[in-house]
Ligand binder design. Structure first.
Ligand SMILES: Nc1ncnc2c1ncn2[C@@H]1O[C@H](COP(=O)(O)OP(=O)(O)O)[C@@H](O)[C@H]1O
Ligand SMILES: CSC[C@H]1O[C@H](OP(=O)(O)O)[C@H](O)[C@@H]1O
Length: 404
């Protein structure tokens, strides 16, 4: 639905967002409507409008022509609003329980009007406050299997998959990932934020030729493989949850890429939160790491067997080959994401919140050593249980030894 309410783009404010909501018939009139800009991400504005009489709310998300947290000195395409809105609607075809409903989009104005999820909590915030979300990994595993299998060659056939991929070139957002996830954290780039107690380790990593070679291969695979329509930025800040419900938001980085990238990002950010935990709930976060892979693998295999366009789908060993390839990518991309959350620009909130310097530095250096092993030795990993085993070895200061 595109009502083209405005001829030219202009950024909304809390008053004009209310006017727009009324114009779009989301509410009868502006009486009793309250609006707050609640954006806390790096890129966009998010307006939360509530009708005080009913408590009914709606969300208007708007892209700015630049990166929100930096300002006009870092211009960024408004097209990201279309990417997000179209990706949400495509993912809703495959996994409607796990994405917000899109009520309206306007490309000109770079807005997406969507379901208000404020009854839920952003998982990154909840994890930092000690929450566990018992169903999170079952839901995310299901979401990943359905969206990633559903948009793959195997489900759609090559022709339809290529058609869909044309909608999601997304070069500017992919470039952010290529730079800030893959390149800058592995070199001494000025954008990196390395705390002083970690600079020796960072220098070692930047001079580690094996790490650079394997990091380069992962980046090239990210840039060239077109296995499925990815969310593209599936960290725990892109997931809303409660004990019963899970919703994935913010797919503005959506593009056709390697399946393991989405799974790896969820695992990396969950591992970082687990490392930040000192109490016995850590085990529950680690369970999410094994469970998300197990649910993904089981559901992906069922979907593969039930409906597959590929002539060779039933060749013995082919599905197992695909699963092992996706696991290796998952482990490698979990490594790239963890590395950038320790030495890159954007860090993990729960680790940064640790006041005790020695504890924080121990966690960050364990995370960096773990990330290195994931990147360099990803082909050694045969199960998600080994990912957890590696975390335990790193946390104990032991050598990380995972044997294929
Ligand atoms: N559908 C929604 N319902 C309620 N709050 C939302 C919704 N979408 C986003 N938000 C709030 O806005 C914040 C920023 O949204 P996000 O999509 O992550 O923005 P960005 O693209 O800038 O990263 C979220 O952390 C959340 O607090
Ligand atoms: C300044 S871009 C860095 C970073 O921002 C995006 O995160 P978010 O979704 O929290 O806004 C994305 O992860 C980019 O890599």
């Amino acid at each position: 639905m595109n009502t083209s309410t405005h001829a030219t783009y202009e950024p909304l404010n809390e008053q004009t967002a209310i006017q727009l909501a009324v114009k779009l018939n989301l509410f009868d009139d502006s009486t009793g409507l309250h609006c707050r800009e609640i954006g806390d991400g790096n890129l966009n504005l998010v307006f939360h409008i509530i009708e005080s009489a009913t408590g009914r709310g709606t969300i208007i998300k708007q892209a700015l022509p630049y990166v929100r947290v930096i300002g006009e000195s870092w211009p960024l395409t408004l097209e990201r609003a279309r990417m997000e809105s179209e990706a949400l609607q495509i993912f809703a075809r495959y996994a409607p329980d796990y994405v917000p409903v899109v009520h309206h989009t306007d490309e000109q104005y770079a807005i997406t009007v969507m379901e208000d999820l404020s009854r839920l909590t952003i998982v990154r915030t909840g994890f930092a406050e000690g929450a566990v979300y018992p169903l999170l990994s079952t839901h995310i595993g299901e979401y990943l299997a359905r969206t990633l299998y559903g948009t793959s060659d195997f489900a759609l056939g090559a022709e339809a998959r290529r058609e869909l991929a044309l909608q999601f070139h997304n070069p500017e957002l992919c470039k952010i990932t290529e730079n800030f996830v893959f390149t800058y954290p592995l070199i001494d780039d000025e954008s990196n934020a390395v705390e002083p107690g970690l600079s020796e380790l960072a220098q070692q990593l930047w001079g580690d030729e094996k790490l650079l070679l394997e990091g380069a291969k992962l980046k090239q695979h990210f840039m060239t493989s077109a296995e499925a329509l990815l969310h593209g930025d599936l960290h725990t800040g892109s997931i809303f949850a409660s004990d019963e419900e899970t919703k994935v938001i913010d797919p503005e980085f959506a593009f056709y890429g390697p399946i393991g990238y989405d799974i790896g990002l969820f695992i990396a950010n969950t591992l970082l939160s687990a490392l930040a935990r000192q109490d016995d709930t850590r085990a529950q976060l680690l369970h999410h790491v094994t469970n998300v892979w197990d649910v993904f693998q089981t559901r992906y295999s069922e979907l593969w067997q039930a409906d597959n366009q590929e002539y060779f789908a039933k060749v013995p060993g082919y599905l197992d080959y695909q699963l092992q390839h996706m696991l290796e990518d998952t482990v490698g991309y979990a490594g790239s994401e963890m590395m950038r959350r320790v030495v890159g620009l954007a860090h993990a909130k729960d680790i940064e919140a640790i006041q005790d310097d020695a504890k924080r530095l121990h966690i960050k250096s364990s995370a960096a050593r773990l990330a290195r092993d994931f990147i360099v030795n990803r082909s050694h990993y045969r199960s998600a249980a080994q990912i957890v085993q590696a975390l335990q070895q790193a946390d104990q200061g032991a050598e990380i030894q995972i044997h294929a």
